[in-house]
Design a protein around this ligand. Sequence first.
Ligand code: BYC
Ligand code: FE
Ligand code: FE
Length: 500
Amino acid sequence: MGPCSDMALDLALTSIIIGPNQQLKNHHMPNGINYSERIPNNVDLASDRRLQRALENWQPRFANWWAEMGPVGFQDKEIYLRTAVDVGRQGWAHFSHVKLPDYRWGIFLSQPQTDRRITFGELKGQPAWQEVPGEFRTELRRLIVVQGDTEPASVEQQRHLGHTAPSLYDLRNLFQINVEEGRHLWAMVYLLHAHFGRDGRDEADALLERHSGDPDHPRILGAFNEKTSDWLSFLFFTYFTDRDGKYQLGALKESAFDPLSRTCDFMLKEEAHHMFVGASGISRVIQRTCDVMNQYNTDDVRPYGVVDLPTLQKYINFHFSVSLDLFGSETSTNAANYYSAGLKGRFSEDSYDDDHILVGHQETISEIVDGVWELVERPAITVVNQQLRRSYIDDCAKGMRRWNRVLDDNGIDTQLALPHEGFHRQVGLHKEHHVTPNGEIVTDVTWNELLPDFLPTEADRGFVVSLMQPVYEPGHMASWIAPPTSGINTQPVEYEYVRL
Ligand code: BYC
Ligand code: FE
Ligand code: FE
């Protein structure tokens, strides 16, 4: 970050006033975000009238979608939200009470790198692209559409949760995530409008026409058609599924297509909070369960209105396995093509100690051969999905260790675990097999017998749903979750995060 952007940052922070009536003022700075325009942006939208008009046409469609498919209720309430005010490293966000429909969804790209080069694939070493090369247009559009599709899908999945929030603090976090997923949709729609002409505009419209779980027009990826019907599912979703977002965005951030790279880089800043909500939320659930286990000296905690550890394990099994599917097949020619073209890399591409071209290299992956696990050599370039999945699994394991520390610290000798990566897969090499959470390959009969021990049953889900009683008094928490250790943006936990 140069001195110029530091200055922009300071100016942006001192000159912006975000009041409840959304009066935002800002000098238009090269790296700052101009809030005086209809669509806040740092891409100098005003200089391209055609693009600006096209996006201003899409804006009311987005607003309609938000009204019809966004959070149910609470649209007229003031919520303590974070808004991006600058793309600089520190102080990029501003906090104030805002009504959801008044949130200023905008287009923010990270600052460009001078002389950025392609770091992987056949074109490694060449300058990054500011425009889409004709030969990669279809693939790039596909990647952007898939990414864009997940963002509104998650808002749709979570739209009923406001009515059962365990606290105002949590309610605010839900809406913060929802508005930012809405902004991530804007991020992809901007790329479609700016770089893909007529096709791009059609795809941008279609992103508002598919809906999560719609039998005729479902969302593209499996996990985004599942229901998020309770807060325990929501917290696990933000831990496991938003983390897929982190890894996919990280891989797209490596892209030779520079506007995509810079867009993803900025989205990753927002993503960190989504995963924090999941990681800290589940820690609080576990803390509460431990408190009740210790207070009543029992494992049978359901009668006290908290989630028992076996149910937590089953929810982990479900959300982890569904999220693993989002990485695509272990061996994928799509992924190989994306990689060799420089469209999509691996997470932290430069941390890989190889030639970043991967032609003529072999990589071993774990597969089931004749009913047993074997390490099989595959052309390295075909297993980049699996490499991305491996980075993701390692990251998931870190949070699991923190959750287990909560159990340790409370003297509980049970541990939670990630299931085997072959468990309950619907996509990829393992989908034809039944693999237990321990990695054992079993028959149909055994699988069906054991399933109620592995995944949440109707009864488990029913119990969890029965706990979901809303708590809207500032500072109070539902029975099943401990309070957070601190509030948002240095506010106390009992702050009025949502004015009801
Ligand atoms: N469900 O070669 P394959 C986020 C399709 S989350 C349904 O194995 P590929 C967020 C696939 O499309 C991040 N279909 O896979 C989180 C292909 O179809 P075609 C979202 C699936 O292409 C929380 C065929 O199966 N971003 O941001 O290498 C809240 C063979 O596929 C699935 C991205 O995903 C599935 N799970 O990889 C809010 C990044 N998996 O082409 C937001 C962009 C595969 O034969 N997407 N298929 O018709 C991609 O990079 C790739 O499309 C995938 C699939 C990694 C998803
Ligand atoms: Fe997102
Ligand atoms: Fe997210």
